[in-house]
Design a protein around this ligand. Sequence first.
Ligand code: COA
Length: 143
Amino acid sequence: MTDIVPVEPLHAALLAGMHRICFAEPWDEAAMGAVLAMPGGYGLLAGANKPQGFILCRIAADEAEVLTLLVLPPFRRRGVAAALLRAALDTAHAAGATAMYLEVAADNAAGLALYAALGFRQVGRRPHYYGGKTDALVLKGDL
Ligand SMILES: CC(C)(COP(=O)(O)OP(=O)(O)OC[C@H]1O[C@@H](n2cnc3c(N)ncnc32)[C@H](O)[C@@H]1OP(=O)(O)O)[C@@H](O)C(=O)NCCC(=O)NCCS
């Protein structure tokens, strides 16, 4: 099982590089640093010595939100994302959150399968959310 460590501000450049590999509209180092500095923000990195993936979240009052989650292609289908998401849910629960929300593209089969496997259910839809084309589904997981 891969190790999971808390994300630190000094990881901003690393996380931006990983984000660029996985998303068509990547967050640069400055954007990543801003996310990490948000009140209630926290992140977890899988593979401290050999980074495999990460999750960034935010807690506000009793609600938590997944801001981004990715696993680099060579490390997929090994349970890394599920481990990151479970650890993030545990952190949110320990901080007093009662629900975790996230947005996922309606055509992201891998993401939808992952979130369904961890008990998330659809509670909303934002039409044409990604690039003015693809709908976003809003999912909720109870903690
Ligand atoms: C979505 C993503 C994070 C999944 O990461 P991962 O580490 O491969 O996922 P896991 O190995 O933990 O998968 C856990 C479960 O999710 C489901 N799943 C994950 N990837 C899947 C895929 N490509 N197709 C179908 N089901 C999938 C399966 O149920 C899987 O369990 P199983 O392997 O025992 O069948 C990864 O594909 C990724 O980084 N994609 C690009 C970025 C992205 O879409 N992020 C999410 C945006 S909201």
